[in-house]
Design a protein around this ligand. Structure first.
Ligand SMILES: Cc1ncc(COP(=O)(O)O)c(C=O)c1O
Length: 402
């Protein structure tokens, strides 16, 4: 069933089962999250990110709680993506170097003989920015190197940030995201580089799976920090869906007795999960052309096929949001109510807050999403001001704070 509201389309998921065309994220169980958490905790820069309670906002909007897991401080990278890139790189290096990932940790990568081998390994990836920054940072940590290809329209500030994060060169191409991935794949084949990509295709599924595993760390931290505040509603923004799918799987397994309402949120013009769910044949579908949105991290044309079946079968709602929704979210995070903490959230980070605020203010939307005064809402701010110029324009320009 589909519903249209101002700037927002909502697809209520029929949750079909038994599609023939894809398996589910095959290896999820809580031990996977324990492995990723163990690895991340071994990195000297590791700190759990904050879970921030927006209590005054919750009171004004007549819900029990609104919590934001603020990933903008993750590893000093201004976004959550280093979790996936670093864990996948760790698993790939363990595989290449014949190390057992269960007993190897970050300290082992400081040994001279291992570093010598790592120095000969080169990675490639395609990304709008944050995944590339994570890959560059991880390459620096492990003593490897990387090349990052960015789609047309990527901003120079993000390109520079990738190079400065670790050990990568970054290039803005004329391609859209999917074409940039193909380009990275072709060059990796020609140069014996290792492609470390968060989207998947037939025969390229293992590395994206490890990237998804890496994101479980943030979900595990959030569940621990929430304690008794059991979330009833979780809003997850999606590009290819790697983060949303992994976090959804983890939280549904954590709260299996009382599963939260799970909503997947995308930009209107790049809503490939929405399109795939609406098409209803169980398969991933692609948004053609060059979609334009300020939510650069969510501007992806095709769902990651490894995680799509989990999202397809387990999400309750898909929402496609116009850019104004994330602008509202960015402003509301930056200029909070009362004593709530101010949060710096970038374009791809704030859309879920913008959407949640619209839902909470509108009786029809509250009813549709089954929100009431006992509801506890969990949001993830996936990035800080990764495009500082646009951030200033939006937050200190003339978007109305609601
Ligand atoms: C800030 C931010 N949020 C969310 C996402 C979406 O993650 P995924 O592509 O795994 O769906 C991205 C992807 O790059 C991102 O950079």
């Amino acid at each position: 069933m589909e519903y249209y509201f101002k700037n927002i389309s909502v697809l209520q998921n029929e949750k079909p089962t038994a599609f023939a065309c894809a398996a589910s994220y095959p290896r999820f169980d809580e031990s996977v999250a324990a492995d990723t958490l163990r690895f991340h905790k071994g990195i000297p820069a590791y700190r759990p990110t904050n879970l921030i309670s927006l209590q005054e906002r919750a009171a004004v909007q007549h819900v029990q709680g609104i919590y934001c897991k603020d990933e903008s401080s993750r590893f000093g990278l201004n976004a959550f993506k280093g979790l996936g890139g670093s864990y996948a790189m760790f698993r790939i290096l363990c595989e290449k170097l014949g190390l057992d990932y269960k007993t190897t940790d970050f300290r082992d990568f400081q040994k001279e003989e291992i570093r010598k081998q790592c120095a000969t390994i080169h990675f490639a990836t395609a990304t709008d920015g944050n995944h590339g920054k994570g890959v560059s940072w991880a390459a620096g940590l492990f003593g490897c190197s990387a090349t990052v290809f960015m789609p047309a329209g990527s901003v120079e500030a993000r390109r520079k940030a990738i190079e400065e994060a670790g050990n990568a060169t970054a290039e803005i191409t004329d391609y859209n995201y999917d074409q940039a991935v193909e380009h990275a794949w072709n060059l990796a084949q020609q140069n014996s580089w290792i492609l470390i990509q968060d989207t998947a295709w037939e025969g390229y599924e293992q590395y994206p799976e490890w990237i998804i595993d890496g994101y479980l760390t943030l979900a595990a931290e959030a569940a621990e920090q929430l304690g008794n505040a059991v979330p009833t509603h979780v809003f997850l923004q999606a590009g290819v869906g790697a983060m949303a799918g992994g976090v959804l799987e983890y939280l549904l397994s954590c709260y299996r007795d009382k599963p939260p309402v799970m909503t997947i949120v995308e930009p209107t013009d790049a809503a490939c999960m929405y399109l795939s769910a609406k098409t209803g044949d169980g398969c991933c579908h692609t948004i053609e052309g060059n979609p334009v949105t300020i939510m650069a991290g969510l501007n992806c044309g095709t769902p990651c096929r490894v995680i799509w079946p989990a999202i397809r079968d387990k999400a309750d709602f898909f929402c496609a949001c116009d850019d104004i929704i994330t602008e509202e979210g960015m402003c509301a995070y930056a200029k909070p109510l009362g004593n709530d903490k101010s949060i710096v959230a970038g374009e791809s980070g704030a859309v879920t807050f913008g959407l949640a605020n619209r839902i909470l203010r509108d009786e029809a939307l509250r009813k549709l999403f089954r929100v009431n005064s006992d509801s506890v809402i969990l949001l993830i701010n996936t990035e800080g001001n990764t495009d500082p110029e646009d951030y200033r324009r939006i937050v200190y320009g003339n978007v109305a704070v609601k």
